[in-house]
Ligand binder design. Structure first.
Ligand code: DGY
Length: 320
């Protein structure tokens, strides 16, 4: 009898088919499981569980997992929804899916940069309204990314992929992070030891840092004030990195020309005052939402579950 696993998310058909071929897999018909549904599903000797970043694995939920559960594989690169200490204490193996969503998240970041710089939201609105009024050459103007300095907070895998794309659009790259990267990762990018030192140099800023105590609300009113007037702010990482009151104030006052945001403090119930800022170009946390990437994420999570349930070591453990 193949091992029993629970796929607590609605994933793409190819992942579901592979899960069913390899395991006695419990699948969901149409939506991600709630906590109670998940706990009920794993109750009967499940050995593996696949979740994603919108499903919490708090300490109290981990405590309620039956002893049969050996691995929780999150189909996401972010893992702030998982209480790592509680998982370690419980002897649970936890894996994520780094690497496979680098390109799609970097593509999304460029969409946000270009959309914010080129007023995509205004243009979409005009076309949806039926566009019956012409514009003269002084109207509806965006700004060119070419020639601007793009500040990247976190030159990891995704930050580097964003930098490569941004260079093709004529931007030069500055970055900050806990440590300076080797020259092959920097590719000529200028390192600043602190965010505060970098911000005055950035006409465009994009965040690629993980959620956590150290990065919580790192972009606050004082930090937004350090950006040059007319800067563009982009976030496809996590909403918790941003003080949204300060962001709304910077958008409303015109200190920021525009923002491109894929992530929010509260999702899906994001702060509707952001919707009411016409210079905010918004997408609903879709950085990894392509057919290929969602499939690769699910397959990678399955690879991790397979490795562990076969008695081997996981490919992407959160700790070793
Ligand atoms: C991730 O993988 O962390 C993405 O944000 C999707 O949740």
């Amino acid at each position: 009898m193949p091992p029993k696993i629970v796929i607590a998310i609605k994933t793409v058909p190819a992942v579901e088919q592979r899960a069913s071929a390899l395991f006695d897999a419990v699948l969901v018909p149409e939506r991600d499981m709630s906590v109670d549904e998940m706990l009920e599903a794993v109750r009967h000797e499940a050995r593996g569980l696949m979740i994603t970043s919108s499903q919490s694995m708090r300490a109290d939920i981990i405590a309620r997992l039956p002893p049969s559960v050996e691995i929780v594989a999150t189909s996401s690169v972010g893992y702030e929804h998982i209480d790592v200490e509680a998982a370690k204490n419980r002897g649970l193996i936890v894996t994520n899916t780094p690497g496979v969503l680098t390109d799609s998240t970097a593509d999304m970041t460029l969409l946000l940069i270009l959309g914010a710089c080129r007023r995509a939201r205004d243009y979409i609105h005009i076309m949806e309204e039926g566009w019956r009024r012409g514009f003269n050459q002084s109207q509806m103007l965006g700004i060119d990314p070419r020639g601007k300095t793009l500040g990247i907070v976190g030159l990891g895998r995704i930050g580097q992929a964003v930098a490569a794309r941004a260079r093709a659009f004529g931007m030069s790259i500055a970055y900050t992070g806990p440590q300076r990267q080797p020259p092959e990762s920097e590719q000529g990018a200028q390192y600043f030891p602190s965010l505060a030192e970098m911000l005055p140099h950035c006409q465009i800023l994009t965040l690629h840092a993980p959620a956590g105590q150290q990065t919580k609300a790192m972009m606050n009113a004082a930090m937004f004030a350090l950006l040059p007037r007319g800067a563009v702010f982009v976030n496809a990482a996590r909403g918790s990195l941003v003080d949204e009151e300060a962001l709304i104030a910077a958008l409303t006052s015109g200190h920021l020309f525009a923002a491109g945001l894929d992530v929010f403090q509260n999702e899906p119930a994001y702060d509707l005052r952001l919707r009411d800022c016409p210079n905010a170009f918004l997408t609903p946390h879709m950085g990894s939402a392509t057919v290929q990437t969602r499939s690769a994420m699910g397959m990678r999570a399955l690879d991790n579950i397979s490795a562990v349930l076969a008695g081997g070591t996981p490919i992407d453990p959160l700790w070793r």
